[in-house]
Design a protein around this ligand. Sequence first.
Ligand code: PMP
Length: 304
Amino acid sequence: MAQPHPHVFLGDKLVPAAQATVGIATSAVLYGLSVYTVFPVRVADGARSAFRLADHFRRLEESCKIIGIDRFTQEWDYARFQATVVDLVEANDPAEDVFVRVSVHVVESIPGTRVRGCAIEVSMFVYDAVPIVPQDGMRLKSSPWRRIPDNAIPSRAKVNGAYVNSVLAKQDAIDSGYDDCIFLDANGHVCELSAANIFLVRGGTLITPDVSCDILDGINRRTVLTLAREEGIPVQERTVDLTELYIADEVFVTGTSAGAAPVFEVDGRTVGAGVVGPVTTTLRKRHADALRGDTDHGWTTPLT
Ligand code: PMP
C-alpha cells in the first residue's frame, strides 16, 4: 500500500499521519480486531466524488454487526461518516484519484478475547490509487490455502485479522511466479482472490460465485452484475469449479484496488485466446464509466 497522505483522521479529529497511532495493548493490534473498507475518490476538473459511499458505510456497519463491534452504530451514522470523508479529502487536496481506507479499531485493552461493549476508534486515511494487480492480463494460481469459511471467520465481514488468510495465499502465488491467488473452499469450489472477486464467461454467460461461497460481497462485484444485466448479458451467481476457469472463454476480477482487470492465465492454462475478451471489454468500459459517474445509478457522491 502506498503511504498515507499527510492528514489522517483518528478518533474524533484530523491529525498528522505520523501522530496517528493505535496502542500496542489494544485488541486491534493483539487480535487483528478491526474492520475496514476501501473506496475510490475521483479527482477531476477541481471536483471530487466518492464511489458508492453509502454502500461502503453499510458494509462497514454490517462487518461490525457480524463481529459484535456494537459501539460503531452507537457513535457513527452515515451523515457523520460522509462529513468526515469530506473533511479528510479536503485537507489533503489530492491532485489525482485516491483510495480512502476507513477502519474501525477495537482499542480497549482488556484481558482475554471479547468484543461487545468495547471502545472503538475510527481511522481514515487517503493514499494514491495504485492498482494491486496488473491491468493488462494477470496470471493466477489456485492456492493450497483454503478460504476461511463463514463458520470460522466470515469472509463477508472485512476483518483485518482475517487478511492473514489472504497474505498466505497471495505470498504463495507470488513465490510461485504468479500475480495473485485463487482461493478455493474446503470442497474445491472457487471463492475469490486475495482482495478481489472473480468472474468467468462461458458461451456468452457471465458466471461468478454467489455470496454464500465464502466471498466478500464486493461492491465492484455488485456493480458489474448490475451493468451486465443492463447490457442483456445472461448472469449466473452459483458455485464454480476450478476447472471451469480452465475452460472459460474469459476471466476477469473486480475490486476497488484491483479495478476490473482481465486474467490471461490460470494454473498454467491460457484463458480463451489469451486476450481481453468481448464481454470483459464491455464490462470494463461500463465499470470505468460508472467510476467516473457517467451513469444514472446515483453511485457517486460529490465530496463538497
Ligand atoms: N474480496 C476481498 C477479500 C477483498 O478484500 C476485496 C477488496 N475490498 C474484494 C473482494 C473486492 O471488494 P470491493 O469491490 O468492495 O472493493
